[in-house]
Design a protein around this ligand. Structure first.
Ligand SMILES: *Cc1c(COP(=O)(O)O)cnc(C)c1O
Length: 242
């Protein structure tokens, strides 16, 4: 938040301050340093002008869901010093469009897509930072690798040139109670530590991306190192994009 500028009256400014307070309070409650948790502003369906306002207010990471939408907005964004992440499901036919255009892809859930990302990365002479998306609730309609196959996928990805696994990402099932929310995040944290302890070659398990507008406090209490926040920062989205 070093670049926080006064911009009285903007809802984004108010929202950002409130989020920052909640993040700081959750870190204190968990006995963690504030620096352990990064904020990713989720900018799907948000107009470039509003995204730029958030960036001017100190946001240094943004995440988009859809390749096409991101590529359409990218040139209007003030991205100097800002990390960009793809957080939505990635289809193989979009891989060549997005590799090289974002700093990290958080939503890899199969060896097939990982190999496609690696191939394009190698062609461009780069290494793409990736997270493995885990379907921690085992929900049928959701993307993500099943929890019991995550370690195997990470290990297989460690052997591919052109990508670097940096950690895990998840979208847990919608839960009503704090206990339910924390249970899923707790399971993710255990999985993350288990895989990290394997010390797999060419894999750095340093990012655990979990927590959204409705549950980022609980995610931080259970060890999240990156919260992905859309609505709480920019307000309700006009359209629901997944
Ligand atoms: C939309 C989205 C978010 C942010 O959701 P909010 O509830 O608006 O904070 C986070 N992660 C992913 C993968 C998303 O698609």
């Amino acid at each position: 938040m070093e670049r926080l500028l006064p911009d009285a009256g903007s809802p984004v400014r108010e929202n950002l301050l409130r989020i920052e307070e909640t993040v700081a309070a959750a870190c204190r409650e968990a006995g963690r340093a504030r620096e352990e948790v990064a904020l990713l502003a989720v900018t799907k369906t948000v107009a470039p002008a509003l995204i730029n306002e958030a960036i001017r207010l100190g946001v240094t990471r943004i995440g988009e869901n859809r390749v096409q939408e991101y590529l359409g907005k990218k040139d209007a964004l003030l991205l100097k010093g800002v990390e960009t992440h793809l957080i939505g499901h990635l289809q193989t036919n979009k891989v060549s469009k997005i590799v090289g255009q974002v700093d990290m892809i958080q939503s890899i859930d199969s060896l097939h897509v990982a190999q496609a990302v690696a191939r394009t990365s190698q062609r461009l002479g780069r290494v793409t930072q990736v997270l493995v998306e885990v379907n921690i609730g085992g929900e049928e309609a959701k993307s993500g690798v099943p929890a019991d196959q995550a370690a195997e996928l990470v290990a297989a990805m460690g052997e591919i040139e052109g990508i670097r696994v940096r950690g895990l990402m998840t979208i847990p099932p919608i839960s009503d109670t704090e206990k339910q929310k924390r249970d899923y995040f707790c399971r993710m944290q255990k999985l993350f530590i288990d895989i990290r302890d394997k010390k797999i070659d060419n894999v750095s398990m340093d990012i655990l991306s979990m927590g959204m507008s409705s549950d980022y406090r609980e995610a931080i209490l259970e060890g999240s190192t990156m919260v992905r926040i859309g609505t709480a920062l920019f307000g309700k989205r006009a359209a629901v994009l997944r």
